[in-house]
Design a protein around this ligand. Structure first.
Ligand SMILES: Nc1ncnc2c1ncn2[C@@H]1O[C@H](COP(=O)(O)OP(=O)(O)OP(=O)(O)O)[C@@H](O)[C@H]1O
Ligand SMILES: [Mg+2]
Length: 339
């Protein structure tokens, strides 16, 4: 997997090519101060009025320079970080959310904050305001990865391509997990298809496997093949209840992308996966979870402990540990005084 392949899988690169076949989305460049806020490891205390639209209107006169309005309380034992506000960016985001119908699915150049959904009130990535978006983005290791190591596991030593970070807002769409599939494309050939949510057994997939496989192959041949910048890539698609196929995402062909019910060795080795099939010609290998026995735990489960607790328990973040101990001590002092 080359750096250039990863760069080509950024949302703003593939979206214009496949716009007609995917969920309506808007791309907003991230201002530098917002990037710094997202990367800052401080406590997330998002303030502001409940109604973010109102916030936008009352703050439009402010410059974005005011964002470093971090207020540290005098009491050193209870440090409160007030989240900065970004009035201009907030106005753009709110306008985009309104254009997309009021609810959006957020992601950056490559990743969505799927590992952070436990932190959201409704346990989904559905966002109605910049405040909802910030909470998810700041809590996600997947997002941190996009910022800090986008070219992790690339095989070439060339300099990293320049990245302009972007916030992608996609119209919120209720996708049924049993309708999602991941398609592996090598040398512009669809070699393998895997059920996306391999943690469950879906009867309809088992029953309609031939129809599903040919619908995805048709979609690929008609709308995707030879139209992308690379010949190796991974395509995520959705087959809706009317049988129409939609493109959901494009990912690099390599170990940063989860190979689901295949292994990367199988996918990259010379061994022809299609040889598994009968003499039907170019039929991709189609894999799905066959029975309840093979049901697996959800891959994002391990992310559900707040990172701070993990850092504290492993002693990875000394400052958090010191703050925690100070807080404990002050609480103890208070209760001593009361006694
Ligand atoms: N517009 C949307 N509305 C609601 N849910 C969505 C939307 N887009 C994607 N999803 C859901 O979120 C999941 C992850 O989305 P997406 O593939 O864009 O994230 P990702 O970070 O690229 O994931 P991966 O690391 O697996 O490639 C999808 O499988 C789908 O279930
Ligand atoms: Mg993806």
């Amino acid at each position: 997997m080359k750096k250039e392949q990863v760069a080509n899988c950024q949302f703003s690169v593939w979206y214009p090519i496949f716009k007609k076949h995917t969920i309506k989305s808007l791309i907003l460049p991230l201002p530098q101060n917002v990037i710094e806020y997202l990367l800052d490891d401080g406590t997330v205390v998002v303030h502001g009025s409940e109604d973010s639209t109102q916030q936008t209107q009352t703050n439009t006169a402010d410059g974005e320079e005011d964002q470093e309005d971090i207020q540290w309380s005098d009491d050193e034992t209870t440090t409160t970080v007030t989240a900065p506000e970004f009035p201009e960016f907030n106005a753009k985001v709110q306008e985009a959310i309104n254009l997309l119908g009021g609810s959006v699915f957020p992601k950056l150049n490559w990743s969505a904050p799927q590992d952070a959904n436990w932190i959201a009130l409704n346990n989904t990535l559905q966002c109605q305001s910049l405040r909802d978006i910030f909470l998810l983005l700041k809590s996600s290791d997947f997002i941190a990865h996009d910022f800090t190591q986008p070219f992790h596991r690339c095989s070439d030593d060339s300099p990293d391509p320049e990245i302009g970070y972007e916030l992608v807002l996609r119209k919120w769409s209720e996708l049924i997990p049993g309708g999602e599939f991941r398609c592996f494309v090598k040398e512009n050939k669809l070699i393998g298809i895997s059920q996306r949510d391999y943690t469950q057994h879906y009867q309809h997939i088992y029953k309609q496997q031939d129809q599903i496989c040919s619908a995805l192959l048709d979609f690929f041949q008609e709308h995707v093949q030879y139209k992308f910048l690379d010949e190796d890539f991974v395509l995520d698609v959705y087959r809706d209840s009317w049988g129409k196929v939609w493109l959901i995402d494009l990912n690099p062909f390599g170990p940063v992308t989860d190979s689901l019910l295949f292994t990367w060795e199988e996918l990259t080795s010379g061994h022809d996966l299609m040889a598994d099939q009968t003499e039907q010609g170019d039929v991709p290998a189609f894999r799905y979870t066959t029975s309840e026995v093979t049901v697996q735990p959800s891959p994002c489960l391990s992310y559900r402990i707040p990172r701070d607790f993990v850092d504290l328990s492993t002693g990875e973040d000394a400052y958090k540990l010191i703050d925690f101990l100070k807080l404990q001590k002050s609480q103890q002092d208070e209760s001593d005084e009361e006694a």
